[in-house]
Design a protein around this ligand. Structure first.
Ligand SMILES: Cc1cc2nc3c(=O)[nH]c(=O)nc-3n(C[C@H](O)[C@H](O)[C@H](O)COP(=O)(O)O)c2cc1C
Length: 493
């Protein structure tokens, strides 16, 4: 199962009643963003939008713009072609728990997993639709040739420093190990042939960049847009450094990804994508990037970031330009992040078997707020879990973690806040630690580092300095009374 193109994914959305076509001309300067923001704020994330006549600098673009294509739980399942996101989580759990089979059914399930893993490996092909149209730039694009300015790239917010590519799948390679990485890093358009490359200091693209800078070598970078939406999902997923996003994408869609070589640089990219930007980052070259209306709901300030130089643009003949906007939550990216947490919950549970459930509520914009429920057995276990989470990959950025007991639904924010208020003595039940902070967080005194706070809102056990009296019991009606009232109410309906 796999979408052969981004267009096929949009067809599937349309058939499912999840896509709205906008036939009137709409300007890519703020107006598509304003329209999409209203849609993203509607209940459940609204619909995906396909702007058929985007306007760029007063002219109709040849490429339609698709936005909010993953901005609901339903569309996330359609993007990953699963009935339920938990299906992917269950497969990961199976692999994590795989043991030699003891009976036929166990053997069968292992065989199936093996086949999926086999299918996950990317394979190489010589040509693909992403190179149906090729524009090569020897040194600079020609004045009247095709350039970035021909694309319907959005200006998202009024005080943005320019137009930004927001769903760029950035492909890089570690020059030492050869390991591939794909991450989503925004790209500010500087001119026809140069953009910013906003890989933040903690991200794998930045680490690869550092290796090239140390060697004084030009870094090849390829950027893809579109194709099977699983690529974009895999690029945002906080996979450990060294785990190939395209292998992971192949595993999720149960079909390996076909890769074609780029035309001007030594990198391979998925053959079915809509647009490919080939180019390089020059060691040490930095340029002011921003401001940009960001995930945080605020503008991020101007800062120096590497510069990406284009050597070629290739695209499908019928390419569609995929994009998103970020801003005050909830936005499309909330649903992408939510799917990541649900898919990787088994990994967290493998490290911390006491974890029952976890969520990053939209108000926290990914890293600012984490709710986790645990099956608590011993004193200070909540602190152990919080310290552990702060040590795991991008969970290091979590500004506030609230730990509750297993009987609290972490997806019900009001229930979590009730437990937080009722079950804590602030001095006893909080901890403040130092850790790296999200580069986008404007609140810390210093950029990229800051304090993080954990709240233990679980019931207290002996040994947790709760000496007053017995920990009280949460109010609960008897099941008998509930059943009787159910029956009485049914009679009065
Ligand atoms: C819409 C969107 C835009 C993003 N923009 C950036 C960005 O500009 N810079 C960045 O470092 N991370 C950005 N991210 C987050 C990264 O894609 C994410 O942390 C990913 O796991 C990074 O991959 P890496 O660990 O392989 O570097 C963005 C995520 C989304 C969903």
């Amino acid at each position: 199962m796999a979408y052969r193109s981004f267009r096929k994914f949009l067809d599937a959305l349309e058939q499912a009643g999840e896509l709205k076509r906008i036939a009137v001309p709409v300007d890519s300067d703020l107006l598509i963003a304003e329209w999409a923001n209203r849609e993203m704020k509607s209940p459940g994330g609204g619909l995906a939008l396909l702007f058929e006549q985007p306007i760029v600098r007063g002219k109709k673009s040849e490429f339609p713009v698709a936005i909010n294509t993953m901005g609901s739980r339903r569309r996330m399942t359609l993007a990953l072609q699963v009935a339920d996101i938990e299906d992917v989580a269950r497969e990961i759990q199976l692999i994590l728990k795989a043991k030699p089979p003891t009976d036929l059914s166990g053997g069968w399930s292992l065989l199936k997993q093996g086949v999926h893993l086999l299918h996950a490996r990317p394979k190489h092909v010589n040509e693909g639709p992403c190179q149906e149209v090729v524009h090569l730039f020897a040194e600079r694009p020609t004045a009247n040739g095709f350039t970035l300015r021909d694309l319907p790239i959005l200006k998202c917010w009024p005080k943005d420093g320019g137009r930004f590519i927001t769903l760029a799948n950035v492909h890089t390679r570690d020059p030492e190990t050869g390991a591939r990485n794909v991450g989503i890093y925004r790209m500010q358009i500087y001119d026809e042939h140069t953009t910013g490359m906003h890989w933040q200091v903690h991200k794998v693209g930045a680490r690869h960049g550092k290796r090239y800078y140390e060697r004084g070598e030009r870094m090849p970078v390829a950027v893809t847009l579109g194709g099977d939406p699983v690529y974009t999902f895999a690029a945002t997923a906080p996979l450990p450094d060294g785990l190939d996003e395209l292998l992971f994408a192949g595993f999720v869609r149960k079909r390996s990804i076909e890769l074609v070589p780029c035309k001007t640089i030594d990198l391979d990219i998925p053959a079915d994508t809509d647009f490919v930007f080939e180019g390089y980052v020059q060691p040490g070259e930095m340029r002011p990037e921003g401001p940009f209306g960001d995930h945080t709901g605020f503008y991020t300030a101007i800062e120096d970031y590497p510069v990406f130089h284009l050597t070629a643009i290739t695209h499908r003949r019928d390419a569609i330009y995929p994009t998103t906007i970020v801003g005050i939550p909830p936005m499309e990216d909330y649903y992408i992040g939510d799917a990541c947490v649900r898919i990787f919950l088994p990994v967290f549970k493998m490290n911390f078997p006491e974890i029952v459930d976890m969520t990053l509520p939209p108000e926290g914009v990914f890293h600012n707020l984490v709710f986790v429920s645990i099956r608590k057995q011993y004193p200070y276990q909540a602190f152990k879990v919080m310290h552990g989470l702060w040590g795991m990959g991008q969970m290091m950025f979590s500004k506030y973690i609230v730990t509750v007991d297993e009987d609290c639904d972490v997806h019900n924010t009001s229930e979590v806040i009730f437990r937080l208020c009722a079950n804590t003595d602030p001095a006893r039940d909080t901890t403040v630690i130092k850790n790296p902070s999200d580069s986008l967080d404007h609140a810390p005194s210093e950029q990229n580092v800051g304090s993080h706070m954990g709240f233990d809102a679980t019931r207290k056990l002996p040994g947790e300095n709760y000496r007053q009296r017995q920990w009280p019991e949460l109010l609960k009606m008897t099941e008998e009374a509930q059943a009787l009232v159910d029956a009485l109410q049914a009679q009065t309906r």
